[in-house]
Design a protein around this ligand. Structure first.
Ligand SMILES: *[C@@H]1O[C@H](CO)[C@@H](O)[C@H](O)[C@H]1NC(C)=O
Ligand SMILES: *[C@@H]1O[C@H](CO)[C@@H](O)[C@H](O)[C@H]1NC(C)=O
Ligand SMILES: *[C@@H]1O[C@H](CO)[C@@H](O)[C@H](O)[C@H]1NC(C)=O
Length: 300
């Protein structure tokens, strides 16, 4: 009897992993997260002082780097050159480490089209990095979103046509937003504009959308119409943002932890308590249903 139970648990775990691996390479690269993308941990503030420590830290899986083009010093992540960052990342991602899920991936967030053009030009840094074995994302804010905006998005057509020459890279797209409070969310028009930009530029890449926690909490229906099968969300938050934790949690659990990355301050992450799901009974029924479905699929 006990064996039977263990067999079922083992079997459903295999089914779960095989289900998610087609959704995101990240789930394969980091087997230890068992397809639960909220378990991916992020480093956000990298510079010449922190980079070596971050690369040695086994608790960090993904590194987010904001890329700017400096007239004098070229492509920079704060005071660290993009070139040096990619070199160090490559050296650190040895086959031995990658094999046991100890490698790291990078999300390169571009702050200007000039920076993207410089990084992607003929046989440039991105072309080389794209040949490596670790998850590499190219990201930018390409549309105006909710808020009293002071910053402009990058030109969506320029970003997408350029990024499109790397079909294997995940594109992380987003809207410029501010920390407005009062129940605002992403509007249907924001979603429409994003879908139009993607369609108009014939984008075939796997997509991630980075969204602000305070707004995401009020946007579940909008996300439903945005997210295609292989797309994921990354939820980020400003430290001063007012977030409706209950609604955000409901949104994450509804979309599924196999489709949502969480890159928020620790206090918000703790408040979310994703481990205590709101309706345990429903979850068990869903797991059993999944298991039954899996057995059926395997038998066929
Ligand atoms: C935007 O700023 C204006 C003027 O400061 C303010 O009246 C308005 O409430 C703000 N809108 C939001 C959504 O916060
Ligand atoms: C937005 O951020 C500023 C500081 O950056 C803070 O003073 C303000 O309270 C925040 N507003 C909301 C609505 O969270
Ligand atoms: C996913 O990971 C989060 C964060 O570690 C955890 O709280 C949650 O219980 C996990 N959910 C599932 C379904 O594995």
């Amino acid at each position: 009897m006990i064996l039977m139970r263990e067999f079922l648990v083992f079997f459903s775990a295999i089914c779960f992993i095989s289900q998610v691996s087609s959704i995101a390479d990240i789930a394969k690269f980091f087997p230890q997260i068992s397809g639960n993308l909220t378990k991916v941990t992020w480093a956000n503030s990298i510079n010449t002082k922190t980079i070596d420590k971050i690369l040695k830290d086994d608790n960090i899986l993904m590194i987010k780097a904001e890329i700017e083009l400096d007239k004098k010093n070229g492509l920079l992540i704060n005071d660290l050159s993009l070139d040096e960052f990619l070199n160090k990342l490559k050296q650190s991602n040895t086959p031995e480490k990658v094999k046991v899920g100890q490698g790291k991936g990078a999300n390169l967030d571009f702050k200007s089209i000039d920076a993207l053009t410089e990084a992607t030009k003929d046989k440039g840094l991105i072309a080389n990095a794209a040949k490596e074995n670790y998850p590499l994302w190219l990201g930018a804010n390409i549309l105006k979103g909710p808020g009293n905006l002071t910053e402009d998005p990058l030109d969506s057509t320029k970003f997408l046509t350029n990024a499109q020459s790397f079909p294997d890279i995940v594109l992380s797209l987003g809207w410029v937003t501010t920390n407005i409070s009062g129940g605002y969310g992403y509007e249907n028009d924001d979603i429409k504009a994003m879908k139009k930009a993607i369609g108009d530029n014939h984008i075939k890449n796997t997509l991630n959308f980075h969204v602000r926690a305070s707004l995401a909490a009020n946007s579940n229906p909008q996300f439903k119409s945005l997210l295609q099968e292989t797309d994921t969300l990354t939820i980020f938050s400003g430290s001063d943002d007012t977030v409706d934790v209950k609604k955000l949690k409901a949104t994450i659990l509804d979309i599924g932890v196999d489709k949502v990355f969480l890159d928020v301050p620790n206090d918000l992450e703790e408040k979310l308590r994703l481990d205590l799901s709101k309706s345990g009974a429903t979850d068990i029924v869903i797991s059993l249903f999944n298991l039954a479905l899996c057995i059926l699929v395997v038998q066929i």
